[in-house]
Structure formats: structure tokens, C-alpha cells
Design a protein around this ligand. Structure first.
Ligand SMILES: [Zn+2]
Length: 419
């Protein structure tokens, strides 16, 4: 299984060709992003209206060419720009990073680049946190609120607001408050992980077999579940919380402690304030169905039930479909459909979908897989450190920062759980 992201659309607004603009073009090319270059604000606006780019990089080093902030405001006045990230390249070095630029003759040279936020009109924060790294290999922009940005984009593609009869402003507030409740101090279980799982979920929802199985309400539930599935994760595992006698472990009787907390908190946050209550306008029965589905999916991410979920899925869906194929009945669409759309099987499909999304890191391009492996290992190392300090049982002795081989631990994880 491999996951490929939609090709990112990038618009570069540079009045003149120079080493900097070349570097961005080169980085986009290397990363496989579609890139347009505009020389003037007018050309930039025209191009944006046509392509609705995901990322716009404006050259703000030379004010004599054009007014970058005015251009940003003009872009922001276009309604479809809300999900677009706009960043500026400036001369001031508030953040200084080294990247590799390529000269026309093909030589690589190291250069510094500075990125700062440009704030557009209308309160849309168009932020780049100022970190653009590894330009030599890929274009990676760390956005300060990945779940909010990606959520707005994905939810709009799936028509979630229309389904919920909810204004986009409510969805935005909801995504923001959910994102705020993720701990940015966690190296792994932060809102970037939630955005990542949301992305993978959306990817799976587009697969033909999944589409055959699920109804619109299932899709909406899956996207919501993905966004909230680790909210307020403390960066420690269930076993740690139980051993430490934490409040959460006591509240949930040592049973699916974190998953229960994520689901419960998500609904508390959502329904306690109308401003972010995305469920406010749906019917009671629909709400109950949606709520049930979201809870079921979030609880399914508990890893102790991993094999139970996988076995049920294989026995109820994979094997019957394989039998149909063996009998030469694979043309029998009705039989396939009845397996895929049986209510109990739809539940299994949704569980499998979020589980696959949750552990999909090894299916990402290698550099992202390595990055995530490093992040989860760091979170586990910190837990082991704390267990040692507090005299608690060490629940994952493999994840000791002094002895751990991250590649070996990843191979075990992939062999046991992913493949
Ligand atoms: Zn997760």
C-alpha cells in the first residue's frame, strides 16, 4: 500500500528571475508539485483565480517591483483563497535556515532564506511558521495549524458543511478548537498527526470499494473521527496512565482510557459552545447515528483490539469477497454490493479505514516515514525516562533512548501490525 498526496499547486510571484526564484522552482520540481510563476500582481491574481493554488510564495524582498501586502490582500478578497497558505520571502532574517539553491550551470550552493507571515485582510491568518527545511530534497512548509487548514480543504471537498447544514465559520471554529486541544509539545501525537490521519482517511474514502460500501453519513463520521481521534493526547500510553493511577485511568476504569477520553472530550468541546457546534443543525436521529459512528471509530484506534478488528474484517469482508471471486462470481455486482453495504460490515470498513490511516506512516514517502518514526520513538523514550524516574514499570523497554534501534523497532512494528 502506498499513499500519494494530491499534487500541491504552488504559485510563485517573483518580478524577476533570480537564484531565489530558481530555487523555489527547482524545489517544486523535485517535490513533484505543480508550479506556476507570475511576474506581476495582475498575472498572479489571474493565475490564482484559474488554479486556486494551495500555496503562494510572494517575493517581498524588493518593494520597488510591487506591493506584496497589497497583493496578499487582493488574493484574500477572492473567496476561494481561505484555504490557501500565503508566505513571503523577505530580506530580514528573523528565521535563518540553510537550503541548497541550484545555479543555472547545475552547481548546488548553500543559501539562507527567510520566510515570514503575511497577514491578509479579513482575519485569515496566512502563516508560515518560518520553517522551510530540506529544500534540497523536498518542499516542506510547516504550517502553524495544519489540522485547521487541511480540515477546511478536505471537509469542503466532501461537502461536510452542506451535509451538516453548518456555516463554514462554524466548521472553522470547530477545527480551531479541536486543534488547540492537541498538545503541540508532543513530538508525535500533535495536530500534525491528526491532519495526517485525516488526509489518509480522505484518501481511502475516495477508493472505489470504500465508496461502494459507505454512505455520505459514514464519510462525514470518518472525517470527523479522524480529526478528533487523538485530541488532548498527553503523549503517554494507556499502560503508563494505568500504572501511574492517572485521573483519566481512574475515570475510565483502566479500559481504553485514551480513546474514551478523545471521543468524550471531542463531543464536550463541540457541543458546549454554539459557535463551534457543527452538529447544531442536524436532526436528532442523524446526530445519534453520526455520534455513534464517530465514537466507534475513535475507540477502534485502541491497539489492544487491533487483531480483533483485523480478524473480523478479514472473516466478514475479505474472505467472502475472495470466495465470490474464486467461484467466478466477481461479476456478480449484487453479491459484492450486499457484502460491502451490510450495516455490520460498514462498521468494520469504517474501523479498518481509521486504523489504516492511523498507522499509515510506513506507507508514506520514505523521508516522511523516517520523520514520523523518529517522532514516535522520541515520545516513547520520554515515557521510558519518566517511568524510570518515577519508579513505574517500564512498559516498552525497547524504547530506551540509550539502547533503542529505531530501524529495528520500525521493522517489528511494520511486520506485526502494518503488513
Ligand atoms: Zn493516532
Amino acid at each position: 500500500m502506498k499513499l500519494y498526496e494530491d499534487q500541491l499547486q504552488v504559485l510563485l510571484v517573483f518580478a524577476k528571475d533570480d537564484a531565489q526564484s530558481h530555487s523555489f522552482c527547482w524545489a517544486c520540481e523535485r517535490a513533484g508539485f505543480r508550479c506556476n510563476v507570475a511576474r506581476t500582481p495582475e498575472a498572479a491574481l489571474e493565475s490564482f483565480q484559474e488554479k486556486n493554488h494551495d500555496l503562494i510564495i510572494i517575493d517581498h524582498r524588493h518593494s520597488r517591483y510591487f506591493d506584496a501586502e497589497a497583493l496578499c490582500r487582493s488574493i484574500r478578497s477572492i473567496s476561494c483563497s481561505h484555504n490557501t497558505v500565503i508566505v513571503a520571502v523577505v530580506k530580514r532574517f528573523e528565521w535563518q535556515g540553510v537550503y541548497y539553491a541550484k545555479k543555472k550551470n547545475g552547481d548546488s550552493v548553500q543559501q539562507n532564506v527567510k520566510m515570514t507571515p503575511v497577514i491578509g485582510q479579513g482575519g485569515c491568518v496566512c502563516v508560515c511558521d518560518g520553517q522551510v527545511s530540506s529544500w534540497s530534497s523536498s518542499l516542506t512548509v510547516f504550517i502553524s495549524r495544519p489540522l485547521t487548514y487541511l480540515g477546511l480543504k478536505i471537509f469542503s471537498r466532501f461537502g461536510v458543511c452542506e451535509f451538516l447544514s453548518c456555516p463554514e465559520a462554524t466548521l472553522r471554529s470547530w477545527l480551531q478548537i479541536i486543534e488547540t486541544n492537541y498538545h503541540s509539545s508532543n513530538s508525535y501525537h500533535n495536530s500534525t498527526h491528526a491532519a495526517d490521519v485525516l488526509h489518509a482517511t480522505a484518501y481511502f474514502l475516495r477508493k472505489e470499494r470504500v465508496k461502494q460500501s459507505l454512505d455520505p453519513i459514514d464519510e462525514v463520521a470518518a472525517l470527523i473521527a479522524a480529526a478528533v481521534h487523538d485530541v488532548d493526547h498527553p503523549g503517554r500510553t494507556n499502560s503508563f496512565l494505568c500504572n501511574a493511577g492517572s485521573e483519566l485511568a481512574i475515570l475510565y476504569n483502566d479500559t481504553a482510557v485514551l480513546e474514551s477520553h478523545h471521543a468524550a472530550l471531542a463531543f464536550q468541546i463541540t457541543t458546549r459552545d454554539d459557535k463551534c457546534n457543527i452538529f447544531k443543525n442536524i436532526e436528532r436521529n442523524e446526530y445519534r447515528t453520526l455520534r455513534q459512528a464517530v465514537i466507534d471509530m475513535v475507540l477502534a484506534t485502541e491497539m489492544t483490539k487491533h487483531f480483533e478488528h483485523v480478524n473480523k474484517f478479514v472473516n466478514s469482508i475479505n474472505k467472502p469477497l475472495a470466495t465470490l471471486e474464486e467461484n467466478g462470481d466477481n461479476g456478480d455486482e449484487d453479491s459484492v454490493k450486499s457484502i460491502l453495504t451490510a450495516p455490520e460490515n460498514r462498521i468494520l470498513v469504517k474501523r479498518m479505514l481509521i486504523k489504516c490511516a492511523d498507522i499509515s506512516n510506513p506507507c508514506r514517502p520514505l523521508e516522511l516515514c523516517i520523520e514520523w518514526a523518529g517522532r514516535i520513538s522520541e515520545e516513547y523514550f520520554a515515557q521510558t525516562d519518566e517511568e524510570k524516574q518515577q519508579g513505574l514499570p517500564v512498559v516498552m523497554p525497547v524504547f530506551d533512548r540509550n539502547t533503542c534501534s529505531i530501524p529495528k523497532s520500525q521493522i517489528s512494528f511494520i511486520d506485526l501490525l502494518v503488513t
